[in-house]
Design a protein around this ligand. Structure first.
Ligand SMILES: [Mg+2]
Length: 164
C-alpha cells in the first residue's frame, strides 16, 4: 500500500519514452514539492520545460492537490492546467474526478507525487499506478517534519545516479 510503482528523483526525469513504454497517457500531478516548492506561487523553469515536453508528447496532464483552491487555482492557471484542489488524498475521489475529466481509462493513468501517505497510498487505493518523486525541498513546519519522519520507514531508495 505504501509502495510506489515507479521511482524518479524528480519530475524532470520522467520522459515521454518511459510513459509510452508503460502505456501511460495521462498524469495526475501533485503540486507542492512535486512541481514547485511548498506554497511557492512560482514554478521553476525546469517544471515549465518538463510540462511542455509532456504536452508535446501528447500526455494529458491534470493537477490533483490537497491544497486549497486559492493556492492551486492561480498556479494551475499560469501553467494552463486543469486541476482538482482539496483532493483529500489518500482518499480517492479527487483522482476519480480527475481521471473522468481526462477521459482516460484508469489503467492508462498514473499519479505523480512526493508523499507516501497521500500520493502513493491514494494511488494504490484508487488502483492506479504511482510515480514517486523525492520532495524538491524539505518542509520546515513541525507537523510536516513529523509526517516526513514517519514516512522515512517507507521511502523507496533513490534512483541510481541521483544527486543531492
Ligand atoms: Mg506534495
Amino acid at each position: 500500500m505504501f509502495k510506489p510503482t515507479y521511482v524518479f528523483d524528480k519530475v524532470g526525469e520522467i520522459t515521454p519514452e518511459f510513459l509510452h513504454k508503460k502505456q501511460i497517457k495521462g498524469l495526475l500531478l501533485d503540486l507542492d514539492n512535486t512541481l514547485t516548492t511548498h506554497n511557492n506561487p512560482v514554478p521553476p523553469q525546469s517544471s515549465l520545460d518538463w510540462l511542455d515536453k509532456m504536452r508535446a508528447a501528447g500526455i494529458k496532464l491534470m493537477i490533483v492537490s490537497n491544497n486549497h483552491a486559492p493556492r492551486v487555482t492561480p498556479f494551475a492557471e499560469q501553467l494552463g492546467l486543469d486541476f482538482v484542489s482539496e483532493g483529500k488524498k489518500p482518499l480517492t475521489f479527487g483522482y476519480t474526478r480527475a481521471i473522468k475529466r481526462l477521459g482516460l481509462e484508469k489503467r492508462n493513468v498514473a499519479a505523480v507525487g512526493d508523499q507516501i501517505f497521500t500520493d502513493v497510498l491514494g494511488s494504490n487505493l484508487k488502483g492506479i499506478r504511482s510515480i514517486f518523486v523525492f520532495p524538491i525541498e524539505p518542509e520546515t513546519s513541525l507537523p510536516f517534519r513529523f509526517k516526513r519522519a514517519i514516512e522515512k520507514a517507507f521511502l523507496p531508495k533513490k534512483p541510481e545516479g541521483a544527486k543531492r
